[in-house]
Design a protein around this ligand. Sequence first.
Ligand code: HSE
Length: 430
Amino acid sequence: MIGVGIIGFGTVGVGTYKILSQNSSLLTEKTGLEVKVIKIADIDLDRDRGIDIDRNILTKNAYEVIEDKDVDIVVELVGGITPAFDYITSAIKNKKWVVTANKALLAERGDEIFGLIEKENCEIGFEASVCGGIPVIRAIRDGLVGNKINYILGILNGTSNYILTKMTEEGVSFTDALKDAQILGYAEQDPTLDIEGIDAAHKLSILIRLAFHCPVTMADIITGGISKIEPIDIEFAKEFGYRIKLLGLAKEQDGLIEARVEPAMIPTTHPMSNVNGVYNAVYVIGDRAGPNLYYGKGAGADPTGSAVVSDIMDMAYRIRAKDLKARIPGFKNGVAMIRKGEATPVPFYMRITTEDRTGVLSKISGILSNYDISISTVIQKGRKEKGHVPIIMLTHEAVEKNLKMAKVEIDRLPFIKGESVHIRIEEGNL
Ligand code: HSE
């Protein structure tokens, strides 16, 4: 019998416990293994969690889980950096196997944790840290092991995807869509981590380590959120055959990885453009397997519990087989490097609000051409807002630094109103 201890008995902890207890015979039938939850720690032992549980296995002290001799696998579901880091490192030093859903911790302190795993020669499972119920960690680590991966595109945050989907389908503002997401319980009262791309960047950093064996810090990932996206840009995107999504992108060129999370336009012909609502998806291109698409629920008790249980069972097999060596070579001393500085050129969408008078377009295109930016399409609609009209442009591939400098000059022109908008276009390597 393999003993499991859970630290943090919130949504995912309860989801995990329910799968292990309610599907216990199914798990044994499928794997021939017996796995049992032996101890659970949480600061709140009184809350009604809607389950029957032997209260003798509950404790307020996480170290009772970490130090219990019958616990083989410690599951950390507390989240955040402190005290989760101490729990995980203590468990590793105590020769326990560790499972975590903690993307922030792996993103912020991954080097220390993976270093310790190598040193102590044990294992950490983190399937639940990226895209909840989608077994994407296992797919990249095991399923695509024979491939050199050169491209990852992810919709990694369900809350942002819900908000953008609502804006796209119902034409509502960002603020109204966010309020709706909060009422439905998708977005937190402080939604910063989700809407500013930070949660997605945490997840992307884990995928980058795994796919490219590349040590990566949060500072290496260019990160932007969706709070400045306006319905008008979503509408114009549709007219050009694009949808706006918060995309996590990692692509390799000449051994250098470009990593970014930001709202971008993707063609409506790309499968990622149809990933809607709170769903997540990861599109990966391997040099042998070609493109793969993984799609599913990125959060919630059952989907995330499903991912935690997959790690537990995988470890249980290995504990039984006494296959106790760490399985993350290269995580610390990666084979690829993050690309610093300017990103590879891509096409851009630009929206400039201007007085409707002659000579405007030639001035704007003159500035763009000074910065080596060539325009592929221009449209101007008669949507007058107090005498102003939007000019929409798509550019050919351009260097973003140049585009930003051109934008500053354009925005200084006397007939321009407000700050112009630019959004990357990601064709998605179909
Ligand atoms: N808050 C995340 C999301 C789920 O909206 O996708 C947990 O990472």
